[in-house]
Design a protein around this ligand. Sequence first.
Ligand SMILES: [Zn+2]
Length: 288
Amino acid sequence: MPELPEVETVKAALDDAVKGKTIHHIITSGKNMRWPIPSDLEKRINGALITHVRRRAKYILMEMKTQKQDLCLILHLGMSGSVRIYPESITDIIPKKHDHLIIGCRDSHQSGHKHGHITAVLNDPRRFGGVALIPADAVDAHPLIKNLGPEPLGNQWNGDALHAAITTRQAPIKSVLLDQHVVAGIGNIYASEALYLAGITPRRKASRISKAKANDLTRSVRQVLEKAIAAGGTSLRDHVQPGGEIGYFAQQLHVYGREGKPCHYCAKPIKMIRQSGRASFYCSQCQR
Ligand SMILES: [Zn+2]
């Protein structure tokens, strides 16, 4: 499942590829994703100028201007979504199975030929992702967005903020870290990794985390996310390649998926437990 660093990587690649370009053709699969793709999508965004692409939690927000109004196309990758970017015209792309949205863009000032074309494709076999189009000024109030907690890489998020958000929570810290109201966009892999770096067992009650430990934890969360984003960035160099899928990259993980393997620090076997139905990996020696 794409987590925040993967979404950030896809966002950066999209921004790089389509910013300043104009949408000139849209193809949709006609299938429902988590909710239906708007049937009038092409009519509403054909001719729109893409001003930039940004991210909130795990949502990719493609901001655009039309003659009538400023719009935002929300893309969510769900469980199995991915994006492909081609330096080719949409008419040259052969759609693959599970392509649900294909956006053809070209340089705004160029009328002719294939020069300046970019085609972005959203593929999602399991269709837990989604596409929504809303007025740009309605993003913060949108039901998908409005209740999200702070961005873990944002300036407002620190140990004090985390401590205040979890001090009354009796659930284990691992489950609380996955709560999108507490902090936005942290998934199962990076929650396990951050707790390992902070030396906190995933079983610890959130309310029993001190301010100092909350501070360690926010730093660890940033560290694992930034490292993963940097790894994604290096894999991005050639992202505009025919058929080149972006957004997934090999990562060095300390605990996630390493049950029974030796801890990188103390060599004790990594343990796996289930919490709220999700797997948590940790070292019982290094994490207390
Ligand atoms: Zn250890």
